[in-house]
Design a protein around this ligand. Structure first.
Ligand code: 5BU
Length: 261
């Protein structure tokens, strides 16, 4: 078991507003469950978010999946986030040069920076991508996750690449709020405990999906892999009863965290 500090304590170790808000939210609401709401339409997403909102700390979106995305999308989600006390994470995985991501993050069709508290980026372009996203996001109090590892089979994000992500995060403690990771308990490089570790590829039954996704159980992700937030998609929104399933994942994630303190 990877021993950890409480979420409350880790809130005091970050310089990023979003990370501080998230640590405090998780402690207050007693949930470390992020739902990946990869449903077919924005309409379905909004219905789902209203139903499972009480169970989650974060609603993760892929806004380019929804054919009915419109200008009201962000405001509607922000209302639900306030109503149910959760944060929004657009899983955009930015991957371009600084100048291009400034436009992709702030404007275009989706105007992500206007409504998403959290977003993420690949580090493959080098540190300029962080400078670009930070120019847009920091004045709005947003937070950035770096993809230090991925959950998919054969991922290139490992070894030195992961070490480089850790080093880049350390240079931007005001804006980088944490990582997407799969096994931070095994990392060699030192990283600030104010940073949040979020892990996708979570399902109670384990296994995979035939397209490279690899699943770990909530218990293993939190206790053995050293993560802080479990990200669950199909395990919840494809379940016969998504609300009951969200409650089950919430309990599994929270019990694992409490037992690792
Ligand atoms: P699933 O249905 O629980 O497999 O959904 C996982 C979600 O997490 C989905 O939205 C992916 O795009 C996302 N994801 C991932 O699965 N693996 C990664 O390494 C990253 C994101 Br980064």
């Amino acid at each position: 078991v990877f021993k950890r500090d409480s979420y409350e304590h880790r809130a005091t170790l970050t310089e990023n507003k979003c990370a501080k808000d998230l640590w405090n939210l998780m402690a207050r609401k007693k949930t470390n469950l992020c739902v990946a709401a990869d449903v077919g339409t924005a309409k379905e997403l909004i219905v789902l978010a209203d139903k499972i909102g009480p169970e989650i700390c974060i609603l993760k979106t892929h806004c380019d999946l929804y054919p009915d995305f419109d200008d009201a999308f962000g405001a509607t989600l922000l209302e639900l986030a306030a109503k149910h006390d959760f944060m929004i994470f657009e899983d955009r995985k930015f991957a371009d040069i600084g100048n291009t991501v400034v436009g992709q993050y702030s404007s275009g069709v989706h105007k992500i920076a206007d409504w998403s508290h959290i977003t993420n980026a690949h580090i493959v372009p080098g540190a300029g991508i962080i400078d670009g996203l930070k120019q847009v996001g920091l004045p709005k109090g947003r937070g950035l996750l770096l993809l230090a590892e991925m959950s998919s089979a054969g991922t290139m994000a490992k070894g030195q690449y992961t070490e480089d992500a850790i080093a880049m995060a350390a240079k931007h403690p005001d804006f980088v709020m944490g990582f997407i990771s799969t096994r931070p308990s095994a990392w060699k490089g030192a990283w600030s405990r104010g940073l949040v570790q979020m892990t996708p590829g979570v399902q109670l039954g384990g296994g995979g999906d035939g397209l490279g996704q690899q699943y770990n159980t909530p218990d293993r992700v939190i206790k053995e892999c050293g993560s802080d937030v479990i990200i669950v998609g199909r395990g919840i929104y494809k379940a016969a009863d998504p609300v009951a399933s969200a409650a089950e994942y919430r309990k599994a994630g929270w019990d694992a965290y409490v037992s690792a303190l």
